[in-house]
Structure formats: C-alpha cells, structure tokens
Design a protein around this ligand. Structure first.
Ligand SMILES: Nc1ncnc2c1ncn2[C@@H]1O[C@H](COP(=O)(O)OP(=O)(O)OP(=O)(O)O)[C@@H](O)[C@H]1O
Ligand SMILES: [Mg+2]
Length: 258
C-alpha cells in the first residue's frame, strides 16, 4: 500500500474577485519526495502555496497535511503541523541580524523564551549559546558558513538572501517545505548548487514542493512534476514524461528559452 500522502490537494479553487487563480487542482505528494510545481506566469502556483500555507484561507476544496484537514486554520497553526515555506519575494527582516532572521523561524520556541529573554535570566544566557550553535549549524547546512551571524541581511548578495530564507524555513524543523522560486535571479552555477541543497534537504527527511522556472533545476532534482496552466493541472508525471508532454510544451516549455 502506498504511504499516506504528506500533502493532499483535492479540487482546490482559489479566487480573487473575478480572477480564478486556481481552478480545481488535485494531486498528492508522498513523503520523502521532491515534487516540482511548474507553469507559466500567473498559472496559480503562488496562490496554491498561499492556500496550502494558510495565508489564503478562502478556498474551495480540501487540503490535508498527513491526513489532517487544514480547513480554517491560520498560517501559524498550519506551520505547527510541520509546514514551512519561503517566498517568491524574499521576506527577510532587514533590521534583524542574520542569526535572528534564522531564529525567527523557530516560532514554537519564541513565546516560551520571551520572559527569560526580557529578564536576561541564566537560562537565557545558556539558551542563547545553544541558539547560536543551532544557527551556525543551519547556516553551514545551507552553504552560508562564511556569514557573520550578527551581520544585517540587507547587503548580502541575492543568492545568499535566498539561502538565508531557506535556513529560516528549516529552523522550525518542518516535515514539508514549500519553496517558491528559490533559484530566481541566480546564475547557472548558483542554481546548480541550489539544486544540490534541495536534494540534501530531502536527505534530512523533509519533503519538498518546489515552484521553479529554472527547468534545469526542476528536471534534475524532482521525482515528479505537476504542471499548472490558467489555474488547472494539465499534467503530472516524472520529469522525463513532462519534458515530452505536447500539452506542457505548448503551454510552457515551448516558449522562448529562459
Ligand atoms: N492577492 C491577489 N489579488 C488578486 N489577484 C491575485 C492575487 N494573487 C494572485 N492573483 C492573480 O491570480 C493569478 C495567479 O497568480 P499567481 O501569483 O498565483 O501565479 P504564479 O503561477 O505564481 O505566477 P508567477 O510564475 O508569475 O509567480 C494571476 O492572474 C494573478 O494576477
Ligand atoms: Mg508565483
């Protein structure tokens, strides 16, 4: 018997006013997979991510994480079920250090530690050291060991900012990670090494749903690919099947090289 999907999306529709952003999508993601979600600009990929992560709460259909329906849950409750994500438009806190940007990702711990940190208790100092070592481990894992944890992220190269967002997303120790165009703005060398990072995230036991326009990354790291066009799922399958699917080529892959 196939394992229970970690993510199940059934007949999901997302509407913004008169715009049907997602028009009835059904697919599942098995645990341990890297699944690509691709399609032309405006196909509804980010809208679907927003529905899955609880940012958009008004949708039709059903989304489940490990069998648990997400209906009505706000983003922080969805996160508590083991989901984490990055954003198409990088969302780092510019006034917080690199280390604090990562620690913000550990949302479960924040409230517990608020009093200790306000009063700088001995426990606070002990935990501060432990927190810094968790940050350093994560920075090293995403390839940012060269960064000063106390630096501000605003001046970092673009690719480093994307990796820092991934470190923050991993700080909550998710089971399922949604990456929205992590290779956007990267050159060929950077995006290839990003692909290697995505694989190593999966090796940690994290399932990955990847929105990405860089087809070299998608085709080299994904086990399966789901294709959206105008909010509809037009194909799903192994990368080799997707690359030769006439409907996908006509809707997306056959466009100008990019
Ligand atoms: N908050 C919103 N309000 C109104 N319309 C929206 C909103 N978010 C998305 N849309 C519309 O929904 C459709 C799908 O957009 P979405 O951002 O999900 O596409 P996408 O596949 O992520 O595209 P891209 O590859 O360009 O990121 C588009 O027509 C977009 O203009
Ligand atoms: Mg998008």
């Amino acid at each position: 018997m196939a394992p229970e999907p970690i993510l199940s999306v059934r007949e999901v529709e997302v509407q913004f006013g008169g715009v049907q952003a997602v028009a009835g999508c059904t697919f599942v993601v098995a645990p341990g997979q890297i699944v690509g979600l691709i399609g032309p600009n405006g196909a509804g990929k980010t809208s679907l991510f927003n529905a899955i992560s609880g940012i958009v709460r008004h949708y039709h259909g059903e989304i489940r994480i490990a069998g648990r329906s997400l209906r009505g849950l706000p983003a922080h409750r969805v996160a508590a079920l083991g989901l984490s994500r990055t954003f198409q438009n990088i969302r780092l806190f510019r006034s917080l250090s690199v280390a604090d940007n990562v620690l913000v990702g550990e949302h479960r711990r924040i409230r517990e530690n608020l009093l200790d940190s306000a009063f700088h208790t001995p426990r606070f100092h002990r935990e501060e050291g432990a927190a810094l070592s968790r940050v350093e481990n994560l920075l090293e894992f995403v390839g940012l060991q060269h960064l000063d944890p106390q630096a501000l992220p605003g001046s970092l190269p673009y690719g480093d900012q994307r990796r820092l967002e991934i470190a923050r997303a991993l700080a909550s120790q998710p089971r399922l990670l949604l990456l929205d165009e992590p290779a956007a703005g990267m050159n060929t060398v950077e995006s290839r090494s990003l692909g290697i990072l995505v694989r190593s995230i999966r090796e940690r036991g994290v399932t990955v749903l990847l929105v990405e326009h860089d087809m070299r990354v998608v085709m080299s790291v994904c086990d399966r690919v789901v294709v959206l066009n105008f909010g509809r799922l037009i194909a799903e399958g192994a990368p080799s099947e997707i690359q030769t699917n006439p409907e996908v080529i006509a809707a997306y892959l056959g466009g100008p090289p990019g």
